[in-house]
Write a protein that binds this ligand. Structure first.
Ligand SMILES: CN(C)C(=N)NCCC[C@H](N)C(=O)O
Length: 255
């Protein structure tokens, strides 16, 4: 049976100090955020995922966005080198967890920077956002590591969004979906389709036909249901205020 493990990391007391780049800062309700995180992680478990908690990094406000700290593919865990200095200390505690899960561990090193939110895997292609957080050296190193697990890498410019996966994710059939105003280069993807809402650009594939989406994208959820997908939604409003989305709150390990 294939492993379905999701790495998660509890929000810390400093969450409200998290970085914002493309949004105005707004007030965060920490109690509500913790409740939303509990709901999100419970949704993963209900869908059959075992959740593994990475030790909290309470001094790092953005640590809950665990997706940015590690990229997994096949038997490989690639520890990232986040592009924002404040986020670099998040990575250290991930290493022990992925080693315990049996992954071969490699890392992105200076001068390369890379955030996991910039890596979108579709089949055997990893599209990687080249933008504010991930640089060319980081993409080159990633490409070398991914080659060892049979993945090819393609860089995609990201200027209008924080991360590539802030702008686009992919449906089970490989179609890349996005929210047009923040997608710099839709032609990079063989099949691209714009969605009616910003939050509609983000799906987590929980199963062959089961999508996890944010409650902030009801029209897109309806569109997906009308096409035969099952959709579960979670309210992640407090994380959206910090430019987070459903993908950022976990790292899905399949295999
Ligand atoms: C796909 N996305 C958006 C992510 N993987 N990460 C979101 C990180 C948000 C955090 N406040 C920051 O600015 O780093």
């Amino acid at each position: 049976m294939t492993r379905r493990t999701a790495l998660i990391r509890r929000p810390g007391p400093r969450l409200a100090d998290g970085l914002v780049t493309h949004l105005e800062k707004s007030e965060i309700d920490l109690g509500l955020a913790v409740q939303q995180w509990e709901d999100y992680t419970a949704t993963l478990r209900t869908a059959g995922w075992e959740t593994v908690e990475v030790p909290a990094a309470d001094e790092c406000p953005d640590a809950v966005f665990i997706e940015d700290a590690v990229v997994v593919s096949g038997d490989l865990a690639i520890l990232t080198n986040p592009g924002a200095a404040e986020r670099k200390p998040e990575v250290a505690a991930v290493e022990g967890v992925v080693r315990d899960l049996g992954y071969r561990v490699v890392r992105i090193e200076d001068p390369g920077t890379l955030d996991g939110g910039d890596v979108l895997k579709v089949g055997d292609t990893a599209y990687v956002g080249l933008g504010g957080r991930t640089n060319g050296a980081g993409i080159q190193q990633l490409a070398g590591h991914l080659e060892s697990v049979g993945m090819r890498t393609q860089a995609v410019t990201v200027e209008r969004a924080l991360h590539l996966k802030s702008a686009v994710t992919a449906l089970p059939n490989g179609t890349v979906i996005g929210w047009d105003p923040v997608v710099d280069w839709p032609g990079a993807f063989p099949h691209y389709e714009g969605m009616p809402e910003e939050g509609g650009a983000h799906v987590v594939l929980l199963d062959d036909n089961l999508l996890l989406m944010a409650a902030s994208a009801p029209r897109t959820a309806e569109l997906m249901r009308s096409r035969g997908h099952e959709v579960v939604t979670v309210d992640i409003s407090e994380f959206e205020k910090l430019e987070g989305c459903v993908t950022c709150l976990s790292v899905r390990c399949r295999g």
